[in-house]
Design a protein around this ligand. Sequence first.
Ligand SMILES: [Cu+2]
Length: 229
Amino acid sequence: MHILFFLVALLTATVLNRAEAITMQHHGMSMDEKGMIMNDNANTLPQDCPKIVADVNLTIRAGHKHAKNFNGKMFAFDQQQWEVAGCTRLNITLINDDEIRHQLMIHGLPGYLYPDGMFTIEIYGKGQKTASIIVPSKPKTYLVHCEVPQHMEKGMKAQLKVAGGDGDLPSIPGLTAPVKADEYQIAWNNQTWAMLIIAGLVGPLGLLLIRSLLRKRKLTQDALPLNDD
Ligand SMILES: [Cu+2]
């Protein structure tokens, strides 16, 4: 009786698992313990492409060390811009150089091929994954970024120009001007000067005060009679 129950449970689980696998397939998503790929497309042509004009292999690295040349940034891709011809098949290998999760998301792709217009490679830690997209023929600039909270703001933003693109996106590290620049400069106004002068005076005065207090304490101690015997 128990065995029968077990077999029924196992069968149900298998069927459900299979249903889930089919659903995932349907949403163009594949997952394992290392990461996730969404809307991988190596074969279906966009409606405006009679054929694939070129195969381009792109290796993109992501991580903290790639942000070192950008002031105030924390994470970045090793490149901030890629340019390809229309109807290119892009075989993208994303390498994550960090121990934390990073993504490479491309937005604005045709929704009939890429649900929500989106292609994603996500890697949970150090490692790499490869997937493909076939881009449409029209000139367009696609946003490439990492959607982990705050990662785009901290530098993980880039652009993919297809057929020359249709302009530049803002706030791409080292490439385009930010919408809202970070303030790092000191405003040399009267207030700043006054603060600097006060700090310059208070510092040495404080040291003198501490020194004189210590000296006074030592004198008091020396003046105490010795009670050794
Ligand atoms: Cu990231």
